[in-house]
Design a protein around this ligand. Structure first.
Ligand SMILES: NC(=O)c1ccc[n+]([C@@H]2O[C@H](COP(=O)([O-])OP(=O)(O)OC[C@H]3O[C@@H](n4cnc5c(N)ncnc54)[C@H](O)[C@@H]3O)[C@@H](O)[C@H]2O)c1
Length: 310
C-alpha cells in the first residue's frame, strides 16, 4: 500500500482528493493549518496533522511517504491583492518548504497546484500551457512555484507534476471566503430567498471543471510516468458566462429571483478557457456535465443548511 501525503487536506480539493485516495486503497496522511480549511470535512481514515507548510515541523511527516499532493495555499485573489507579502510567504516560501521536505524524504513524486490565473494576461483562447502571463499577486506566487519546481528537479532530481486548475467546483467548495465562489454564492442566496450578487456585468466567462474530473487526473499523475516534469491545464474546455450560470442555478432551484449587480472585482480575468489537449493525449477527459455537477454542489449546500452550519 503506497502512502500519500496531502497538504491543504481540510480544504475543498484536498478533502475530495483524500476521500478518493482512501477509496482507492492508499494510506493518506494529511496536513493543514486550518487557516481556511474545516477540520470536520477531513475524511475519516486520514491521519491528520495540524501544521503549517512554512514550518520545519512538517519534515518528519514526510517519512515513509511515497507521493505528495501539495494543495495548501492562500488562494482568494482579493485577499492576495490585499496582502502580497503573506501571499508570497504561504504560496512561495511554503511551497519551497514542501519541496525541501519532499527532497529530504526522497519521496517518489510530488504533484502540486498551480492555477489558471497564470494566464490572466493571455489573449489566446483556449489557452495552452505555454502562454504564461501572470498579473495578480496570487498568479505571480503560483508562477514562482514553477521556477522552484524546475530548480528542484534540476539540482536535486525531484520528480513533480504541476496542475493548473481552472474553476473547480463540487461538494465542499469553500463558501466561507470573503468572496465565495460563484456557484456557492448563488446557491446560498437563492436557498435563503435572497437575490444573489453578480460583480460586474455578468459577462465574464469561466471554464468550470468538476472536482471528480480533477481527481481522475490526480490519480493519473500519480500512476503515469509521462506526467513527470510536466504542467497540465485542468478545465473542461468549455466556458459559461456568470449570467448563464445564474440562469442554470436558478432553474435548478426553481426560483424566480433576479440578481443584484455590483461593481466589478479587481484582478479577475474576463474570460478563462482551457486548452486541455495535453491532458487529453494521456487518455483523460472530463466526464461530469455542468448540470449534473451543479446538482452535487446544491446537494452539499442543502446538507450544510440542514446541519445548521449555514
Ligand atoms: N478551487 C479552485 O478552483 C482552484 C483553482 C486554481 C487553483 N487552485 C489551487 O488548488 C489548491 C487547493 O485549492 P482549494 O480550492 O481546495 O482551496 P481551499 O482554500 O479550500 O484549501 C486550501 C487549504 O490550504 C490550507 N492552508 C492555507 N495556508 C496554509 C498553511 N500555511 N499551512 C497549511 N495549510 C494551509 C487551508 O487551511 C485550506 O484548508 C490551492 O493551491 C489553490 O491555489 C484552486
Amino acid at each position: 500500500m503506497e502512502s500519500v501525503l496531502v497538504t491543504g487536506v481540510a480544504g475543498f480539493i484536498g478533502s475530495n482528493l483524500a476521500e478518493r485516495l482512501l477509496r482507492e486503497g492508499y494510506r493518506v496522511v494529511g496536513l493543514d493549518n486550518l487557516a481556511y480549511g474545516i477540520r470536520e470535512q477531513i475524511p475519516s481514515g486520514v491521519e491528520f496533522h495540524k501544521a503549517d507548510v512554512r514550518s520545519s515541523d512538517i519534515y518528519s511527516l514526510f517519512d515513509k511517504i511515497d507521493i505528495v499532493f501539495h494543495l495548501a495555499a492562500k488562494n482568494c485573489i482579493a485577499d492576495c491583492q490585499n496582502d502580497p507579502v503573506e501571499t508570497a510567504d504561504i504560496n512561495v516560501t511554503g511551497t519551497a518548504n514542501v519541496f525541501e521536505a519532499a527532497r529530504r524524504a526522497k519521496i517518489r513524486k510530488l504533484i502540486y497546484a498551480e492555477s489558471s490565473s497564470i494566464y490572466e494576461g493571455s489573449k489566446l483562447l483556449p489557452t495552452p500551457e505555454e502562454d504564461e502571463r501572470p498579473e495578480t499577486f496570487y498568479a505571480a506566487s503560483k508562477m514562482a512555484t514553477k521556477f522552484f519546481a524546475e530548480a528542484y528537479a534540476r539540482w536535486y532530481g525531484l520528480k513533480w507534476t504541476a496542475l493548473r486548475y481552472f474553476c473547480v467546483y463540487g461538494p465542499r467548495q469553500d463558501y466561507r471566503r470573503t468572496i465565495p465562489p460563484v456557484f456557492s454564492a448563488f446557491i446560498i442566496r437563492l436557498l435563503r430567498n435572497e437575490p444573489p450578487v453578480i460583480y460586474g456585468s455578468g459577462k465574464k466567462r469561466r471554464d468550470f471543471i468538476h472536482v471528480n474530473d480533477v481527481n481522475d487526473f490526480h490519480l493519473l499523475s500519480l500512476r503515469d510516468e509521462r506526467t513527470t516534469g510536466q504542467v497540465f491545464n485542468l478545465g473542461s474546455g468549455e466556458n459559461y458566462s456568470v449570467n448563464e450560470i445564474f440562469q442554470i442555478v436558478r432553474g435548478l432551484l426553481d426560483s424566480k429571483l433576479e440578481p443584484i449587480y455590483k461593481p466589478d472585482l479587481p484582478g479577475e480575468a474576463l474570460t478563462t478557457l482551457a486548452n486541455i489537449d495535453k491532458a487529453k493525449k494521456l487518455g483523460w477527459s472530463p466526464r461530469v456535465g455542468l448540470k449534473e455537477g451543479l446538482k452535487s454542489s446544491i446537494d452539499f449546500i442543502k446538507c450544510e443548511v440542514a446541519a445548521g452550519r449555514l
